[in-house]
Design a protein around this ligand. Structure first.
Ligand SMILES: N[C@@H](CCC(=O)N[C@@H](CS)C(=O)NCC(=O)O)C(=O)O
Length: 251
């Protein structure tokens, strides 16, 4: 039997769920070290220079950044392609991935989920009410308007399931944790597409796990992962006790 690939990073992270969903589509066996961001011990910088998750370790190959990892998966694994076959659609799908990883995550991840859910736990202090309000009232509706325009009535973003869907959908779970929902009256195609991705693809099970982990203190997450039975936890635990920002954590 081949050794499972190690993924370092809590599945609460949308980037980690994107990689795990790609692994599920390609039927790659993984074991997870569900380390939350900001708790990594010192040596983690050698694996991930930006001290970010996810990290992929397979033998002597260590990779970081979800987009780098999924591209590597696509280039080294057989099975259904993670990208549309047509080069124009493939390029457009990559832009959706880029949009999800940058603009969507900046607003839904950093300005809302981090401000409201993570910052108080890891770094204390108040969330920035002005940042939160602007993200909720102005930035997110503009993002949803754009996404509504690129979402089809049925099926996935480019027909068959692709990395465009699996990159874009994960952060919406973090949004819901801080009371951000896609109003189906205002964005009907986006809301219906999200429902399809969350019920018809491997992201569904991963979201269930992430929801449980969101309610679990950092150091209890490994036991929770085993109870959930989705993937075994790694023997090594990278999580330390003292939270600290990484070089790219927004101030
Ligand atoms: N572009 C990276 C972004 C990864 C990322 O920002 N991960 C977050 C967790 S959701 C993280 O590790 N944040 C810690 C930090 O920025 O200090 C990717 O696609 O993997």
């Amino acid at each position: 039997m081949t050794e499972p690939v190690t993924i370092i990073g809590s599945p609460v992270s949308p980037y980690v769920r994107k990689v795990l969903a790609a692994c599920a589509v390609k039927r790659i066996a993984v074991e997870i070290d569900p380390m939350p961001p900001f708790l990594a011990r010192d040596g983690f910088t050698d694996l991930s220079p930006l001290r970010r998750i996810p990290v992929w370790i397979e033998g002597d190959v260590t990779l970081c950044d979800s987009s780098v990892i999924v591209q590597y998966i696509e280039e080294t694994r057989p099975g259904p392609s993670l990208w549309p076959a047509d080069p124009v659609e493939r390029a457009k799908a990559r832009f959706i991935e880029e949009f999800a990883d940058t603009r969507l995550f900046d607003v839904l991840g950093w300005k809302l989920y981090f401000q409201l859910a993570l910052k108080p736990i890891f770094f204390g202090g108040e969330s920035d009410a002005a940042v939160v309000e602007r993200a909720r009232e102005t930035e997110l509706p503009a993002i949803f308007d754009y996404l509504e325009g690129v979402t089809p009535e049925s099926g996935f973003l480019f027909g068959e399931l692709s990395l465009a869907d699996l990159s874009l959908a994960p952060a919406f779970l973090n949004g819901r944790a801080v009371q951000v929902n896609v109003d189906p009256e205002r964005w009907p195609r986006l809301a219906a597409w999200l429902e399809r991705v969350e019920t018809e693809t491997p992201l569904g099970e991963l979201n269930k796990l992430a929801r449980k982990l969101m309610r679990t203190p950092p150091h209890a997450q490994r036991a929770r992962l085993e109870e959930f039975g989705l993937t075994p936890a790694t023997a090594h635990d990278w999580a330390g006790d003292v939270p600290r920002p990484g070089p790219m954590t927004p101030q």
